[in-house]
Design a protein around this ligand. Structure first.
Ligand SMILES: [Zn+2]
Length: 277
């Protein structure tokens, strides 16, 4: 295993040719396993090259299974048991517990997933959208949120945290939240329609949007979610940021915006968390 610093607070972990990211400040690996996969070290071909974890982007399912197997070995989590949600850019949060615990697979459509169940990896999938990883060390609870600009406007990250509060007693001031790689303010150009929706719900909208050309703005998705979480009580010092742009680091990450078109799709990075027993 080889590790090196990457971005603001992430580390790049290379094991057996498979490359992942982690956040040393999120949690001790004895209590919580976590990883964000990259596109490096898998068996997928073409625009899916090479470590795609998604069965929904027209990749060969056998290659996706092999990629997940490679990641099981690299992360030490049995990803055959992984539970995920089918993401729809909304604000619904699902809970994994003893009652609905499947033997691996989807819980249904949602963009947030929370649990206190140990030994079962939870997962979301990203390619430009921001993944947020929550860890509550007091109540031993975890959560994942998938936030593109739509999810950000609907407060999906804050709602994931609130759902942890309602279900597990999680208090925002005790939570650590890691913001993974996403499309950065350097590359994320949005139009007037998006600016208006942000301005409608966030008093600080103008501070996360820089004007570039007329009617076009550069949106800082990561900063918008950081502010949203601070507003509901997350401490600044408990926010762990990667500050990595998917497009600027296209050799390491998939970017839907840079790579996908009507004719071809790109792959997805997996974001995994699992409470240890
Ligand atoms: Zn960028």
């Amino acid at each position: 295993m080889k590790t090196s610093k990457l971005g603001a607070e992430a580390v790049k972990i290379e094991t057996g040719g498979t490359v992942m990211l982690g956040f040393p400040r999120l949690a001790d690996s004895k209590v919580l396993s976590h990883a964000i996969s990259t596109r490096v070290g898998g068996v997928s071909q073409g625009t899916h090259g090479s470590l795609n974890v998604s069965f929904k982007v027209s990749d060969d399912p056998l290659r996706v299974e092999e990629n997940r197997e490679l990641l099981s070995r690299a992360t030490g989590m049995d990803l055959k048991k992984a539970v995920w949600v089918d993401q729809i850019h909304g604000d619904k949060i699902l809970k994994l517990d003893a009652k609905n615990s499947p033997k691996g697979g989807t819980l249904g459509e949602a963009d947030g997933l929370i649990t206190q169940t140990a030994g079962v990896p939870i997962m979301i999938q990203v390619a430009d959208c921001l993944p947020v990883l929550f860890y509550d060390p007091i109540h031993k609870a975890i959560g994942l949120a998938h936030a593109g600009w739509r999810g950000t406007v609907t407060h999906v990250a804050a709602k994931t945290l609130l759902a942890m509060g309602e279900n597990y007693g999680t208090r925002p001031e005790e939570v650590r939240a890691a913001l993974g790689p996403c499309i950065g303010p350097c590359c994320f150009e949005v139009g007037e329609d998006v600016r208006i929706q942000f301005a409608d719900v966030f008093p600080w909208a103008a501070e996360v949007m820089e004007g570039s050309t007329k009617d076009h703005w550069k949106l800082n998705l990561s900063e918008a979610n950081a502010r949203q979480l601070i507003e509901v009580g997350v401490k600044k010092e408990n926010l762990i940021r990667s500050e990595l742009c998917t497009i600027q680091n296209i050799d390491l990450f998939y970017s839907h915006r840079a790579e996908a078109s009507a004719k071809k799709q790109t792959g997805r990075m997996g974001v995994f968390m699992m409470l240890e027993n």
